[in-house]
Design a protein around this ligand. Structure first.
Ligand code: AQP
Length: 328
């Protein structure tokens, strides 16, 4: 039997090249080797206020983009998290075995609380819901970007704690990071992770940005005071541009050193822009084709939810029995 892979993305805005290189690129690549479940995690999105009409639109847009990136509904189940209620049900049971101190230590929680005026309890519980997403399907492998590794470790801690309190129930999930592009930084500020929710025209490249906008954003990207590429002394902005290039083209370290050493920053940016445009243009074309058929995306999502529901119900029943909850 194939091992199971599970991963998710929040419909909090247009996905960017960081989401793609950190996680989504791997999703399509490994879907034929695993029993794959990919989730649009709308319950995670509402841990920070979302405009309801916009959120609905973003869920469908994101589903269309995941299909355009190569998620094949014959091989993968594409699911909206809130359409399988067992995610929330299991999250509550896991909340009850998770010490608050574990959650308060999460760096993403600490960073997001600094940005928000009012903090929801959901923001603190975010990693427990993420653990529930993974453990619900007894996933073996979770492909994510580097920013999610701490949450993955927590998911393993929660699973271990549950298993030791109530008996072997959950499979231990393994984190899968990409070789290149695990943490893409903002183009305007290379000390800050590229994020959907960070505003500013020069911050992120959206997967749906037209070629001219991609070129413009890259030409304005922050570099450093050197005139040309020197791999041994480069600053984080130049290093980020090279990471983007290498992750898109899968060029070897040697060819990066040979091709880029001494290249002036203007030329470096042009090379990076052409690599990004070449990779995104076919995906954008497929996105237009997929969304031209108005019912197709909804049909895929309904089939996905139907396909994964038996596994989700099975785990919840197992957990209820283990905890002594009423199971008629
Ligand atoms: N900058 C990044 N570089 C590499 N990988 C990244 N990921 C996110 N940002 C980068 C990976 O993308 C997947 C989906 O992320 P998410 O939507 O679940 O939430 P996030 O990690 O919080 O991403 P954002 O873009 O920063 O969203 P907002 O602004 O809404 O919080 C994950 O696997 C993530 O690791």
């Amino acid at each position: 039997m194939k091992k199971r892979v599970l991963s998710g993305i929040q419909p909090t805005g247009s996905p960017h090249i960081g989401n793609y290189l950190g996680a989504l690129k791997n999703w399509a690549k490994i879907q034929y080797d695993y029993d794959s479940i990919y989730c649009i995690v709308d319950l995670h999105a509402i841990t920070i206020y979302q405009d309801p009409a916009e959120l609905r639109g973003k869920i469908l847009e994101l589903a269309g983009m995941l299909l355009a990136l190569g998620i094949d509904p014959k091989h993968s189940s594409l699911v909206v998290q809130s359409s399988v209620p067992e995610h929330a049900e299991l999250a509550w049971m896991l909340t009850c075995v998770t010490p608050i101190g574990w959650l308060e230590r999460m760096t993403q929680y600490k960073a997001k609380t600094e940005e928000q005026e009012s903090i929801s309890d959901g923001l603190l519980q975010y990693p427990v819901l993420m653990a529930a997403d993974i453990l619900l399907y007894q996933a073996h492998v979770v492909p994510v970007g580097d920013d999610q590794t701490q949450h993955l470790e927590l998911a393993r801690d929660i699973a271990q704690r549950f298993n030791s309190l109530y008996g072997e129930t959950f499979t231990m999930p393994e984190t899968r990071l990409p070789t290149h592009g695990a943490r893409i930084m903002g183009l305007d500020d290379p000390d800050k992770k590229m994020s959907k929710s960070t505003t500013g025209e020069g911050h992120a490249i959206s997967l749906l940005d037209p070629p001219d906008r991609i070129r413009k954003k890259l030409m304005r990207a922050t570099t450093d005071s050197n005139p040309a590429v020197d791999l041994d002394t480069m600053g984080p902005g130049v290093s980020n541009l090279l990471s983007i290039y290498q992750a898109f083209t899968e060029a070897s370290d040697d060819s990066i050193r040979n091709d880029f050493t001494g290249l002036r920053y203007g030329d470096l940016k042009k090379r990076v822009a052409e690599a990004v445009v070449a990779a995104l243009e076919p995906m954008q074309q497929r996105y237009r084709e997929i969304t031209a058929d108005s019912g197709y995306v909804a049909k895929v999502l309904a089939e996905g939810a139907e396909r994964v529901t038996p596994a989700a119900r099975d785990t919840v029943q197992k957990v209820k029995r283990a905890m002594g909850l009423y199971t008629p």
